[in-house]
Design a protein around this ligand. Structure first.
Ligand code: DAK
Length: 256
C-alpha cells in the first residue's frame, strides 16, 4: 500500500509509504494520495491532518524520476496535472495540516510539505528543490509557495541552485516551524491534538482567510477576513467558546 491513513481522536495521519524508493511518488501513489485527501476533506470527524513519510530516511524524495524519465510531452502534462491536483487537494483541505518531515523532502516532496500549513522537522530533515539539476523547473508549486515562506531572494537562490537545506537552516529561514530531534511524530501529534481541540468552524474560517494573505490585493484579503469573522457570529461554536470562557470551563465544540 503506497499511502497509509490512521485516524485517532480527531487527528488523521497520512503516511507516504514507499520506503524502498524513499517515498518517491509514482502515479499509483499520487492517485492513492489524491483519493485519501478527498476522503479526508469530507470527513467532519477529522479536525487536523498530519502528513509524514514511512521509514527513517525520507519524507519523500520527490516525483519518481525513473517513471518520469521517458514521458512524452503529452504524458508529462497528464502527470503534471495529477501532481497539481494532489498539491491543490492538500492545500485546499478545510482542516489545518502539518508536515512531519522525517528526512529528505526533495522536489515534489518539498512541495508537498510547502502545501501544508505547518512544517515540523526531524534532526535529519533536508529540504531541496533540485529540479533544475534534472532539467525541469519546479512544477508542484515551489515557485509560488517557497517565496511566501522564505522571501523571494532566498527562494530564488534555493530554486536556482537546487542546494540542500538542513533542519537548522530551515528553521532559521522560516521553512519549518520547529525541529523535534527525537520525537517528531509524537510532537506533531500533540500539536495536532492541540489544534483539533479548537473550534472546527473557526479553524476552517481562519484557514480560508489565511489562504488569502498573499493572494492578490491585500485589501481583498482583509475584506475576506472581515466577512468570515462576521459569519463566525452565526455559529454554535462561537456561542459555546465564549460562554465556556465566561463560565470558566473548557469549551466543547460541535463544529456547527
Ligand atoms: N525517484 C525514483 N527513485 C528514487 C528517487 C526518485 N526521486 N529518489 C530515490 N530513489 C530510489 C533510488 O533510485 C534507489 O533505488 P534503487 O537504486 O535501490 O532501486 C532508492 O530510492 C534509494 O535511493 P539512494 O540509493 O539514492 O539513497 P541515498 O541515501 O544514497 O540518496 C537521495 C538519497 C535522496 C539523496 C537520492 O536518492 C536522490 O538524490 N534522489 C533524487 C532526489 C531528487 O532529485 N528529487 C527531485 C525529483 S524531481 C511536474 C511537477 C513536479 C515534478 C515533476 C513534474 N510537472 C508539473 C510536470 C516534480 C519533480 C521532482 O520531484
Amino acid at each position: 500500500m503506497a499511502v497509509n491513513i490512521e485516524r485517532n481522536e480527531g487527528v488523521a495521519t497520512v503516511t507516504l509509504n514507499r520506503p524502498e524508493a524513499l517515498n518517491a511518488f509514482d502515479v499509483a501513489q499520487l492517485e492513492r494520495l489524491l483519493a485519501t485527501l478527498r476522503e479526508l476533506r469530507d470527513d467532519r470527524a477529522v479536525r487536523c491532518v498530519i502528513v509524514t513519510g514511512a521509514g527513517e530516511k525520507a519524507f519523500a524524495a520527490g516525483a519518481d524520476i525513473k517513471e518520469m524519465a521517458e514521458l512524452s510531452p503529452q504524458a508529462g502534462l497528464a502527470h503534471g496535472r495529477l501532481g497539481h491536483a494532489v498539491a491543490d487537494a492538500l492545500e485546499g483541505l478545510p482542516q489545518p495540516t502539518i508536515a512531519a518531515v522525517n528526512g529528505y523532502a526533495f522536489g515534489g516532496g518539498c512541495e508537498l510539505a510547502l502545501a501544508c500549513d505547518l512544517r515540523l522537522a526531524a534532526a535529519n530533515a533536508q529540504f531541496a528543490q533540485p529540479e533544475v539539476t534534472l532539467g525541469i523547473p519546479p512544477g508542484w508549486g515551489a515557485t509560488q509557495r517557497l517565496p511566501r515562506l522564505v522571501g523571494p531572494g532566498v527562494a530564488a537562490e534555493l530554486i536556482f541552485t537546487g542546494r540542500r537545506v538542513a533542519a537548522d537552516e530551515a528553521l532559521r529561514l522560516g521553512l519549518v516551524n520547529a525541529i523535534h530531534p527525537a520525537r517528531l511524530l509524537p510532537e506533531a501529534t500533540a500539536l495536532a491534538r492541540r489544534i483539533a481541540a479548537n473550534s472546527p468552524t473557526a479553524l476552517r474560517a481562519a484557514k480560508r482567510a489565511l489562504s488569502r494573505a498573499f493572494a492578490g490585493d491585500p485589501a481583498v484579503g482583509l475584506a475576506t477576513e472581515l466577512a468570515l469573522f462576521g459569519q463566525a457570529f452565526g455559529t454554535e461554536d462561537q456561542r459555546e467558546g465564549m460562554r465556556a470562557f465566561i463560565e470558566k470551563r473548557p469549551a466543547v465544540f460541535s463544529g456547527e
